[in-house]
Design a protein around this ligand. Sequence first.
Ligand SMILES: Nc1ncnc2c1ncn2[C@@H]1O[C@H](COP(=O)(O)OP(=O)(O)O[C@H]2O[C@H](CO)[C@@H](O)[C@H](O)[C@H]2O)[C@@H](O)[C@H]1O
Length: 491
Amino acid sequence: MYIVQIASECAPVIKAGGLGDVVYGLSRELENRGNTVELILPMYDCMRFDHIWGLHDAYRDLSVPWDGGAILCDVYCGWVHGRLCFFIKPKSEEGFFDRGVYYGCADDNMRFAFFSKAALEFLLRSNKRPNVIHCHDWQTGLIPVMLFEIYKYHGMADQRVCYTIHNFKHQGITGSEILKLTGLNQESYYFQYDRLRDNFNPFALNMMKGGIVYSNFVNTVSPHHAWEAHYTEVGCGLSHTIHLNEERFSGILNGIDDEFWNPQSDRYIPSHYSKDDLAAKEKNKKALRDRLLLQDSDQPLICYIGRLDEQKGVHLVHHAIYYALEKGAQFVLLGSATEPGINAKFQHEKAFLNENPDCHLELGFNEELSHLIYAGADMIVVPSNYEPCGLTQMIGLQYGTVPIVRGVGGLLDTVFDRDYDSSKPPEKRNGYVFYQTDEKAIESAMDRAIGLYQHAPEEYEKLVIQGMEYDYSWHNPAEEYLKVYEFIRHK
Ligand SMILES: Nc1ncnc2c1ncn2[C@@H]1O[C@H](COP(=O)(O)OP(=O)(O)O[C@H]2O[C@H](CO)[C@@H](O)[C@H](O)[C@H]2O)[C@@H](O)[C@H]1O
Protein backbone atom coordinates (compact mmCIF):
# COMPACT_ATOMS: atom_id res chain seq x y z
CA MET A 1 0.00 0.00 0.00
CA TYR A 2 1.14 3.55 -0.65
CA ILE A 3 0.73 5.77 2.40
CA VAL A 4 1.59 9.45 2.83
CA GLN A 5 1.83 10.85 6.34
CA ILE A 6 1.29 14.59 6.63
CA ALA A 7 2.21 16.10 9.99
CA SER A 8 3.80 19.02 11.75
CA GLU A 9 6.45 16.81 13.45
CA CYS A 10 8.59 13.76 12.80
CA ALA A 11 11.23 12.65 15.30
CA PRO A 12 14.08 13.19 15.58
CA VAL A 13 14.27 15.90 12.91
CA ILE A 14 11.23 17.81 14.21
CA LYS A 15 10.16 16.88 17.71
CA ALA A 16 8.28 18.97 20.24
CA GLY A 17 6.71 15.96 21.95
CA GLY A 18 5.07 12.60 21.39
CA LEU A 19 3.52 13.40 18.00
CA GLY A 20 6.99 13.34 16.44
CA ASP A 21 7.77 9.91 17.92
CA VAL A 22 4.51 8.47 16.63
CA VAL A 23 4.86 9.78 13.09
CA TYR A 24 8.37 8.37 12.79
CA GLY A 25 7.78 5.07 14.59
CA LEU A 26 4.56 4.18 12.79
CA SER A 27 6.10 5.05 9.41
CA ARG A 28 9.09 2.81 10.03
CA GLU A 29 6.95 -0.15 11.07
CA LEU A 30 4.62 0.28 8.07
CA GLU A 31 7.62 0.27 5.75
CA ASN A 32 9.10 -2.78 7.44
CA ARG A 33 5.90 -4.54 6.46
CA GLY A 34 6.43 -3.79 2.80
CA ASN A 35 4.34 -0.65 2.39
CA THR A 36 5.58 2.49 0.68
CA VAL A 37 5.54 5.41 3.10
CA GLU A 38 6.39 9.04 2.43
CA LEU A 39 6.15 11.98 4.79
CA ILE A 40 5.30 15.61 4.11
CA LEU A 41 6.51 18.10 6.72
CA PRO A 42 7.08 21.84 7.03
CA MET A 43 10.68 22.96 6.51
CA TYR A 44 11.27 24.79 9.79
CA ASP A 45 14.42 26.84 10.10
CA CYS A 46 15.01 25.39 13.58
CA MET A 47 14.62 21.69 12.77
CA ARG A 48 17.51 19.26 13.33
CA PHE A 49 19.07 19.31 9.85
CA ASP A 50 21.81 17.01 11.18
CA HIS A 51 19.25 14.16 11.16
CA ILE A 52 18.54 14.49 7.43
CA TRP A 53 20.56 12.56 4.89
CA GLY A 54 20.83 13.59 1.24
CA LEU A 55 18.69 16.72 1.31
CA HIS A 56 18.01 17.93 -2.23
CA ASP A 57 15.44 19.80 -4.36
CA ALA A 58 12.37 17.78 -5.18
CA TYR A 59 10.12 20.44 -6.69
CA ARG A 60 10.98 24.05 -7.46
CA ASP A 61 8.47 26.87 -7.47
CA LEU A 62 5.40 24.92 -6.50
CA SER A 63 2.63 27.47 -6.88
CA VAL A 64 0.21 27.11 -3.97
CA PRO A 65 -3.11 28.96 -4.41
CA TRP A 66 -3.57 31.28 -1.43
CA ASP A 67 -5.72 34.28 -0.67
CA GLY A 68 -6.85 34.67 -4.28
CA GLY A 69 -3.23 34.64 -5.50
CA ALA A 70 -0.47 32.13 -4.95
CA ILE A 71 2.63 31.57 -2.82
CA LEU A 72 5.63 29.85 -4.36
CA CYS A 73 7.25 27.04 -2.41
CA ASP A 74 10.30 24.91 -2.87
CA VAL A 75 9.96 21.31 -1.80
CA TYR A 76 13.07 19.53 -0.56
CA CYS A 77 13.49 15.85 -0.07
CA GLY A 78 15.77 13.78 2.14
CA TRP A 79 15.94 10.72 4.38
CA VAL A 80 15.41 10.91 8.14
CA HIS A 81 16.92 7.70 9.49
CA GLY A 82 15.66 5.88 6.42
CA ARG A 83 12.25 7.58 6.06
CA LEU A 84 11.67 9.54 2.86
CA CYS A 85 10.55 13.03 3.83
CA PHE A 86 9.41 15.99 1.75
CA PHE A 87 9.89 19.38 3.38
CA ILE A 88 7.80 22.34 2.21
CA LYS A 89 9.49 25.73 2.24
CA PRO A 90 7.27 28.67 1.34
CA LYS A 91 9.01 31.65 -0.21
CA SER A 92 6.69 34.33 1.12
CA GLU A 93 7.36 37.40 3.22
CA GLU A 94 5.53 35.88 6.19
CA GLY A 95 8.31 33.29 6.56
CA PHE A 96 5.75 30.81 7.87
CA PHE A 97 8.36 28.32 9.08
CA ASP A 98 11.28 30.66 9.70
CA ARG A 99 10.31 31.64 13.23
CA GLY A 100 12.89 29.77 15.29
CA VAL A 101 10.05 27.73 16.90
CA TYR A 102 7.68 25.01 15.75
CA TYR A 103 4.57 26.35 17.45
CA GLY A 104 3.40 29.29 19.50
CA CYS A 105 3.13 32.06 16.87
CA ALA A 106 0.13 34.36 16.72
CA ASP A 107 -0.65 33.15 13.18
CA ASP A 108 -0.29 29.39 13.83
CA ASN A 109 -3.74 28.73 12.34
CA MET A 110 -2.70 30.39 9.12
CA ARG A 111 0.74 28.76 9.06
CA PHE A 112 -0.66 25.26 9.28
CA ALA A 113 -3.65 25.91 7.03
CA PHE A 114 -1.09 26.99 4.46
CA PHE A 115 1.02 23.90 5.09
CA SER A 116 -2.06 21.70 4.59
CA LYS A 117 -2.90 23.41 1.32
CA ALA A 118 0.69 23.19 0.11
CA ALA A 119 0.91 19.48 0.98
CA LEU A 120 -2.16 18.71 -1.13
CA GLU A 121 -0.96 20.89 -3.97
CA PHE A 122 2.38 19.06 -3.88
CA LEU A 123 0.65 15.68 -4.11
CA LEU A 124 -1.47 16.92 -7.00
CA ARG A 125 1.32 18.54 -9.03
CA SER A 126 3.87 15.80 -8.49
CA ASN A 127 1.32 13.16 -9.47
CA LYS A 128 1.52 11.35 -6.18
CA ARG A 129 -1.66 9.38 -5.60
CA PRO A 130 -1.35 7.53 -2.29
CA ASN A 131 -3.99 5.02 -1.30
CA VAL A 132 -4.13 6.58 2.14
CA ILE A 133 -3.26 10.02 3.44
CA HIS A 134 -2.71 9.87 7.19
CA CYS A 135 -2.89 13.24 8.96
CA HIS A 136 -2.38 14.22 12.55
CA ASP A 137 -3.86 16.74 14.98
CA TRP A 138 -5.42 20.14 14.29
CA GLN A 139 -2.53 21.33 12.15
CA THR A 140 -3.66 19.04 9.33
CA GLY A 141 -7.40 18.99 10.05
CA LEU A 142 -8.14 20.94 6.86
CA ILE A 143 -6.51 18.29 4.64
CA PRO A 144 -9.57 16.03 4.37
CA VAL A 145 -11.79 19.10 4.04
CA MET A 146 -9.83 20.45 1.07
CA LEU A 147 -9.29 16.97 -0.39
CA PHE A 148 -12.98 16.16 -0.54
CA GLU A 149 -14.20 19.67 -1.37
CA ILE A 150 -11.55 20.76 -3.88
CA TYR A 151 -8.83 18.28 -4.83
CA LYS A 152 -11.23 15.40 -5.41
CA TYR A 153 -12.39 17.26 -8.52
CA HIS A 154 -8.84 17.67 -9.82
CA GLY A 155 -7.88 14.03 -10.11
CA MET A 156 -7.66 13.00 -6.45
CA ALA A 157 -10.98 11.20 -6.08
CA ASP A 158 -9.50 7.88 -4.98
CA GLN A 159 -7.51 9.07 -1.97
CA ARG A 160 -8.73 8.17 1.51
CA VAL A 161 -7.91 9.89 4.81
CA CYS A 162 -7.15 8.50 8.26
CA TYR A 163 -7.03 11.28 10.87
CA THR A 164 -5.35 10.77 14.24
CA ILE A 165 -5.98 13.03 17.21
CA HIS A 166 -3.10 13.16 19.71
CA ASN A 167 -4.51 15.96 21.83
CA PHE A 168 -8.07 17.30 21.89
CA LYS A 169 -7.00 20.39 23.81
CA HIS A 170 -5.65 22.19 20.75
CA GLN A 171 -8.20 22.33 17.96
CA GLY A 172 -7.22 25.15 15.63
CA ILE A 173 -10.17 27.45 16.30
CA THR A 174 -10.14 30.21 13.76
CA GLY A 175 -12.15 32.88 11.97
CA SER A 176 -13.79 32.88 8.56
CA GLU A 177 -10.69 34.38 6.89
CA ILE A 178 -9.20 30.90 6.64
CA LEU A 179 -11.89 30.03 4.06
CA LYS A 180 -10.85 32.81 1.73
CA LEU A 181 -7.14 32.13 2.23
CA THR A 182 -7.44 28.43 1.39
CA GLY A 183 -9.91 28.93 -1.45
CA LEU A 184 -12.64 26.98 0.32
CA ASN A 185 -14.74 30.20 0.38
CA GLN A 186 -18.52 29.60 0.80
CA GLU A 187 -18.91 30.85 4.36
CA SER A 188 -22.53 29.82 4.85
CA TYR A 189 -21.71 26.26 3.76
CA TYR A 190 -18.75 25.71 6.08
CA PHE A 191 -20.34 27.50 9.01
CA GLN A 192 -23.00 24.79 9.26
CA TYR A 193 -22.98 22.76 12.47
CA ASP A 194 -22.37 19.48 10.65
CA ARG A 195 -19.31 20.92 8.91
CA LEU A 196 -16.66 23.20 10.48
CA ARG A 197 -18.61 25.48 12.80
CA ASP A 198 -17.21 25.29 16.32
CA ASN A 199 -19.61 23.52 18.68
CA PHE A 200 -19.54 26.37 21.19
CA ASN A 201 -18.64 29.53 19.32
CA PRO A 202 -21.04 29.95 16.38
CA PHE A 203 -18.75 32.60 14.86
CA ALA A 204 -15.65 30.40 14.76
CA LEU A 205 -14.47 27.50 12.62
CA ASN A 206 -12.78 24.48 14.13
CA MET A 207 -10.10 22.75 12.04
CA MET A 208 -10.00 19.62 14.20
CA LYS A 209 -13.76 19.30 13.85
CA GLY A 210 -13.25 19.53 10.08
CA GLY A 211 -10.80 16.65 10.33
CA ILE A 212 -13.32 14.52 12.22
CA VAL A 213 -16.27 15.32 9.97
CA TYR A 214 -14.49 14.84 6.63
CA SER A 215 -12.04 11.97 7.23
CA ASN A 216 -12.84 8.40 6.28
CA PHE A 217 -11.61 7.23 9.67
CA VAL A 218 -10.70 9.04 12.89
CA ASN A 219 -8.89 7.74 15.92
CA THR A 220 -7.24 8.88 19.08
CA VAL A 221 -4.20 7.19 20.56
CA SER A 222 -5.56 4.75 23.15
CA PRO A 223 -8.81 2.86 23.68
CA HIS A 224 -9.47 4.41 27.09
CA HIS A 225 -8.92 7.93 25.84
CA ALA A 226 -11.29 7.24 22.93
CA TRP A 227 -13.93 6.43 25.53
CA GLU A 228 -13.08 9.54 27.60
CA ALA A 229 -13.21 11.81 24.55
CA HIS A 230 -16.61 10.42 23.65
CA TYR A 231 -18.19 10.51 27.09
CA THR A 232 -16.35 13.03 29.30
CA GLU A 233 -15.17 16.64 29.27
CA VAL A 234 -11.79 15.43 28.01
CA GLY A 235 -13.26 15.68 24.48
CA CYS A 236 -12.91 19.44 24.96
CA GLY A 237 -16.23 20.21 23.31
CA LEU A 238 -15.95 17.67 20.49
CA SER A 239 -17.79 14.78 22.21
CA HIS A 240 -20.98 15.44 20.30
CA THR A 241 -19.11 15.51 16.98
CA ILE A 242 -17.51 12.19 17.92
CA HIS A 243 -20.90 10.85 18.84
CA LEU A 244 -22.32 11.80 15.45
CA ASN A 245 -19.39 10.07 13.74
CA GLU A 246 -18.91 7.20 16.18
CA GLU A 247 -19.01 4.41 13.60
CA ARG A 248 -15.79 5.88 12.12
CA PHE A 249 -14.04 6.55 15.45
CA SER A 250 -11.79 4.38 17.62
CA GLY A 251 -8.77 4.33 19.91
CA ILE A 252 -5.53 2.73 18.73
CA LEU A 253 -2.79 2.48 21.33
CA ASN A 254 0.52 4.08 20.32
CA GLY A 255 3.71 2.12 20.16
CA ILE A 256 7.30 3.13 20.76
CA ASP A 257 10.03 2.64 18.21
CA ASP A 258 11.96 -0.42 19.40
CA GLU A 259 15.10 0.58 17.50
CA PHE A 260 15.26 4.13 18.85
CA TRP A 261 14.11 3.21 22.35
CA ASN A 262 16.04 0.09 23.15
CA PRO A 263 18.37 -0.28 26.16
CA GLN A 264 20.25 -3.03 24.33
CA SER A 265 21.40 -0.73 21.54
CA ASP A 266 20.62 2.87 22.55
CA ARG A 267 23.37 5.07 21.14
CA TYR A 268 22.95 7.71 23.84
CA ILE A 269 23.60 5.53 26.89
CA PRO A 270 27.01 4.38 28.09
CA SER A 271 26.04 0.89 29.16
CA HIS A 272 23.68 -1.42 27.26
CA TYR A 273 21.48 -3.83 29.19
CA SER A 274 18.48 -6.11 29.06
CA LYS A 275 16.17 -7.74 31.58
CA ASP A 276 18.73 -10.54 31.92
CA ASP A 277 21.53 -8.15 32.78
CA LEU A 278 20.19 -5.47 35.07
CA ALA A 279 23.57 -4.84 36.69
CA ALA A 280 24.46 -2.81 33.60
CA LYS A 281 21.50 -0.53 34.25
CA GLU A 282 23.25 0.48 37.47
CA LYS A 283 26.17 1.80 35.44
CA ASN A 284 23.80 4.17 33.65
CA LYS A 285 22.55 5.37 37.02
CA LYS A 286 26.12 6.10 38.01
CA ALA A 287 26.74 7.93 34.72
CA LEU A 288 23.57 9.97 35.21
CA ARG A 289 24.57 10.90 38.75
CA ASP A 290 28.03 11.90 37.60
CA ARG A 291 26.69 13.97 34.76
CA LEU A 292 24.20 15.83 36.94
CA LEU A 293 26.53 16.07 39.95
CA LEU A 294 24.29 14.01 42.21
CA GLN A 295 25.80 12.16 45.13
CA ASP A 296 26.04 8.37 45.25
CA SER A 297 23.23 6.79 47.19
CA ASP A 298 21.56 3.45 47.77
CA GLN A 299 18.16 5.12 47.54
CA PRO A 300 15.98 5.09 44.41
CA LEU A 301 16.30 7.72 41.72
CA ILE A 302 12.93 8.98 40.53
CA CYS A 303 12.42 11.00 37.37
CA TYR A 304 9.95 13.05 35.38
CA ILE A 305 10.40 13.62 31.63
CA GLY A 306 7.91 15.62 29.62
CA ARG A 307 6.38 18.91 28.72
CA LEU A 308 5.53 20.99 31.77
CA ASP A 309 1.94 22.10 31.31
CA GLU A 310 -1.48 21.73 32.89
CA GLN A 311 -2.11 18.49 31.01
CA LYS A 312 0.82 16.85 32.74
CA GLY A 313 -0.37 17.61 36.27
CA VAL A 314 2.42 20.05 37.09
CA HIS A 315 1.26 20.57 40.65
CA LEU A 316 1.83 16.87 41.29
CA VAL A 317 5.14 16.87 39.43
CA HIS A 318 6.21 19.66 41.73
CA HIS A 319 4.98 17.80 44.80
CA ALA A 320 6.68 14.57 43.68
CA ILE A 321 10.07 16.31 43.76
CA TYR A 322 9.74 17.36 47.39
CA TYR A 323 8.08 14.15 48.49
CA ALA A 324 10.86 12.06 46.94
CA LEU A 325 13.47 14.16 48.76
CA GLU A 326 11.54 13.87 52.02
CA LYS A 327 11.62 10.08 51.63
CA GLY A 328 15.37 10.10 51.08
CA ALA A 329 15.10 9.36 47.34
CA GLN A 330 16.70 11.36 44.53
CA PHE A 331 14.82 13.22 41.80
CA VAL A 332 15.71 14.26 38.26
CA LEU A 333 13.39 16.34 36.10
CA LEU A 334 13.75 17.05 32.39
CA GLY A 335 11.02 19.29 31.08
CA SER A 336 10.17 22.36 29.14
CA ALA A 337 7.33 24.79 29.73
CA THR A 338 5.88 27.07 27.10
CA GLU A 339 3.51 28.79 29.51
CA PRO A 340 5.43 31.67 31.18
CA GLY A 341 3.87 31.17 34.65
CA ILE A 342 4.78 27.50 34.78
CA ASN A 343 8.24 28.20 33.40
CA ALA A 344 8.86 30.84 36.07
CA LYS A 345 7.73 28.46 38.81
CA PHE A 346 10.13 25.71 37.73
CA GLN A 347 12.98 28.17 37.17
CA HIS A 348 12.44 29.26 40.75
CA GLU A 349 12.50 25.67 42.01
CA LYS A 350 15.62 24.99 39.99
CA ALA A 351 17.44 27.90 41.62
CA PHE A 352 16.18 26.86 45.05
CA LEU A 353 17.30 23.24 44.65
CA ASN A 354 20.50 24.02 42.81
CA GLU A 355 22.88 22.95 45.58
CA ASN A 356 20.88 19.89 46.59
CA PRO A 357 23.03 16.77 45.96
CA ASP A 358 19.93 14.59 45.52
CA CYS A 359 18.05 16.60 42.96
CA HIS A 360 18.51 18.07 39.51
CA LEU A 361 16.02 20.00 37.38
CA GLU A 362 16.94 20.40 33.72
CA LEU A 363 14.65 22.89 32.02
CA GLY A 364 14.71 22.63 28.23
CA PHE A 365 14.48 19.99 25.54
CA ASN A 366 17.33 17.48 25.40
CA GLU A 367 16.78 14.24 23.51
CA GLU A 368 20.14 12.73 24.37
CA LEU A 369 19.82 13.40 28.10
CA SER A 370 16.30 11.95 28.10
CA HIS A 371 17.72 8.55 27.05
CA LEU A 372 20.25 8.57 29.87
CA ILE A 373 17.54 9.46 32.38
CA TYR A 374 15.21 6.65 31.20
CA ALA A 375 18.14 4.26 31.50
CA GLY A 376 19.51 5.57 34.79
CA ALA A 377 16.36 6.18 36.82
CA ASP A 378 14.55 3.58 38.91
CA MET A 379 11.06 5.07 38.66
CA ILE A 380 9.25 7.58 36.48
CA VAL A 381 6.25 9.63 37.60
CA VAL A 382 3.47 10.52 35.14
CA PRO A 383 0.77 12.29 37.17
CA SER A 384 -1.19 13.66 34.19
CA ASN A 385 -4.54 15.38 34.45
CA TYR A 386 -5.37 13.72 31.14
CA GLU A 387 -3.19 11.67 28.82
CA PRO A 388 -4.32 10.55 25.36
CA CYS A 389 -1.72 7.79 25.37
CA GLY A 390 1.54 8.78 27.01
CA LEU A 391 4.86 7.51 25.72
CA THR A 392 7.08 8.18 28.71
CA GLN A 393 5.58 5.39 30.82
CA MET A 394 6.02 2.97 27.91
CA ILE A 395 9.62 4.03 27.36
CA GLY A 396 10.14 3.76 31.12
CA LEU A 397 8.86 0.16 31.06
CA GLN A 398 11.15 -0.70 28.18
CA TYR A 399 14.13 0.67 30.17
CA GLY A 400 13.23 -1.08 33.43
CA THR A 401 12.13 2.19 35.04
CA VAL A 402 8.97 1.52 37.01
CA PRO A 403 6.08 3.87 36.13
CA ILE A 404 4.01 5.59 38.81
CA VAL A 405 1.05 7.02 36.92
CA ARG A 406 -2.34 8.57 37.34
CA GLY A 407 -5.08 6.26 36.04
CA VAL A 408 -6.30 8.23 33.03
CA GLY A 409 -6.31 7.77 29.25
CA GLY A 410 -3.60 5.58 27.78
CA LEU A 411 -1.86 5.34 31.15
CA LEU A 412 -4.70 3.05 32.22
CA ASP A 413 -4.25 0.91 29.12
CA THR A 414 -0.53 0.39 29.71
CA VAL A 415 0.27 0.41 33.45
CA PHE A 416 -1.15 -2.19 35.82
CA ASP A 417 -0.84 -1.63 39.56
CA ARG A 418 1.39 -4.11 41.33
CA ASP A 419 -0.77 -4.28 44.43
CA TYR A 420 -4.31 -3.67 43.26
CA ASP A 421 -4.89 -4.41 39.58
CA SER A 422 -7.46 -7.18 39.48
CA SER A 423 -7.50 -7.41 35.68
CA LYS A 424 -3.99 -8.90 35.59
CA PRO A 425 -2.37 -11.75 37.52
CA PRO A 426 0.47 -10.56 39.81
CA GLU A 427 3.15 -11.69 37.35
CA LYS A 428 1.73 -9.41 34.65
CA ARG A 429 1.63 -6.23 36.71
CA ASN A 430 4.18 -3.57 35.94
CA GLY A 431 3.89 -0.37 38.00
CA TYR A 432 1.82 1.81 40.30
CA VAL A 433 -1.43 3.64 39.61
CA PHE A 434 -3.27 6.32 41.58
CA TYR A 435 -6.47 8.06 40.65
CA GLN A 436 -7.12 11.29 42.49
CA THR A 437 -5.42 14.61 41.76
CA ASP A 438 -4.50 15.48 45.34
CA GLU A 439 -1.06 15.16 46.89
CA LYS A 440 -2.00 12.25 49.14
CA ALA A 441 -2.85 10.15 46.10
CA ILE A 442 0.57 10.40 44.48
CA GLU A 443 2.24 10.10 47.88
CA SER A 444 0.60 6.76 48.54
CA ALA A 445 1.69 5.37 45.17
CA MET A 446 5.24 6.71 45.64
CA ASP A 447 5.33 5.24 49.15
CA ARG A 448 4.48 1.81 47.84
CA ALA A 449 7.11 2.02 45.10
CA ILE A 450 9.86 3.39 47.33
CA GLY A 451 8.92 0.95 50.10
CA LEU A 452 9.28 -2.05 47.79
CA TYR A 453 12.63 -0.76 46.52
CA GLN A 454 13.93 -0.30 50.05
CA HIS A 455 12.48 -3.29 51.84
CA ALA A 456 11.99 -5.99 49.21
CA PRO A 457 14.65 -5.48 46.52
CA GLU A 458 14.09 -8.91 45.01
CA GLU A 459 10.39 -8.24 44.60
CA TYR A 460 11.24 -4.85 43.16
CA GLU A 461 13.53 -6.42 40.57
CA LYS A 462 10.77 -8.84 39.63
CA LEU A 463 8.49 -5.87 38.98
CA VAL A 464 11.17 -4.24 36.82
CA ILE A 465 11.53 -7.40 34.74
CA GLN A 466 7.78 -7.82 34.37
CA GLY A 467 7.63 -4.30 32.95
CA MET A 468 10.47 -4.98 30.52
CA GLU A 469 8.62 -8.06 29.27
CA TYR A 470 5.75 -5.96 27.90
CA ASP A 471 5.80 -5.45 24.15
CA TYR A 472 4.79 -1.85 23.52
CA SER A 473 6.52 -1.71 20.16
CA TRP A 474 4.73 -0.69 16.95
CA HIS A 475 4.07 -4.32 15.91
CA ASN A 476 0.50 -4.50 17.17
CA PRO A 477 -0.57 -0.86 16.60
CA ALA A 478 0.76 -0.91 13.00
CA GLU A 479 -1.34 -4.00 12.39
CA GLU A 480 -4.39 -2.10 13.59
CA TYR A 481 -3.65 0.93 11.42
CA LEU A 482 -3.21 -1.34 8.40
CA LYS A 483 -6.65 -2.81 9.05
CA VAL A 484 -8.07 0.72 9.14
CA TYR A 485 -6.28 1.65 5.92
CA GLU A 486 -7.58 -1.47 4.18
CA PHE A 487 -11.08 -0.77 5.42
CA ILE A 488 -11.20 2.83 4.15
CA ARG A 489 -9.45 2.01 0.89
CA HIS A 490 -12.27 -0.21 -0.23
CA LYS A 491 -15.08 2.06 0.89
N1 LIG B 1 12.23 18.21 27.75
C1 LIG B 1 12.34 17.13 26.99
N2 LIG B 1 13.54 16.74 26.51
C2 LIG B 1 13.64 15.62 25.76
N3 LIG B 1 12.60 14.84 25.42
C3 LIG B 1 11.39 15.19 25.87
C4 LIG B 1 11.20 16.34 26.67
N4 LIG B 1 9.89 16.46 26.97
C5 LIG B 1 9.28 15.42 26.36
N5 LIG B 1 10.19 14.65 25.72
C6 LIG B 1 9.93 13.45 24.91
O1 LIG B 1 8.77 13.71 24.11
C7 LIG B 1 7.92 12.57 24.13
C8 LIG B 1 6.68 12.94 24.91
O2 LIG B 1 5.72 11.95 24.85
P1 LIG B 1 4.25 12.22 25.47
O3 LIG B 1 3.49 10.97 25.28
O4 LIG B 1 4.40 12.82 26.82
O5 LIG B 1 3.74 13.29 24.42
P2 LIG B 1 2.92 14.66 24.36
O6 LIG B 1 2.14 14.91 25.57
O7 LIG B 1 3.88 15.66 23.89
O8 LIG B 1 1.98 14.29 23.10
C9 LIG B 1 0.68 13.90 22.78
O9 LIG B 1 0.83 12.92 21.75
C10 LIG B 1 1.41 11.70 22.19
C11 LIG B 1 1.57 10.83 20.95
O10 LIG B 1 0.33 10.41 20.46
C12 LIG B 1 0.57 11.04 23.25
O11 LIG B 1 1.24 9.89 23.73
C13 LIG B 1 0.32 12.00 24.41
O12 LIG B 1 -0.58 11.42 25.33
C14 LIG B 1 -0.23 13.33 23.87
O13 LIG B 1 -0.37 14.26 24.94
C15 LIG B 1 8.74 11.46 24.75
O14 LIG B 1 9.51 10.84 23.75
C16 LIG B 1 9.65 12.22 25.73
O15 LIG B 1 10.82 11.50 26.02
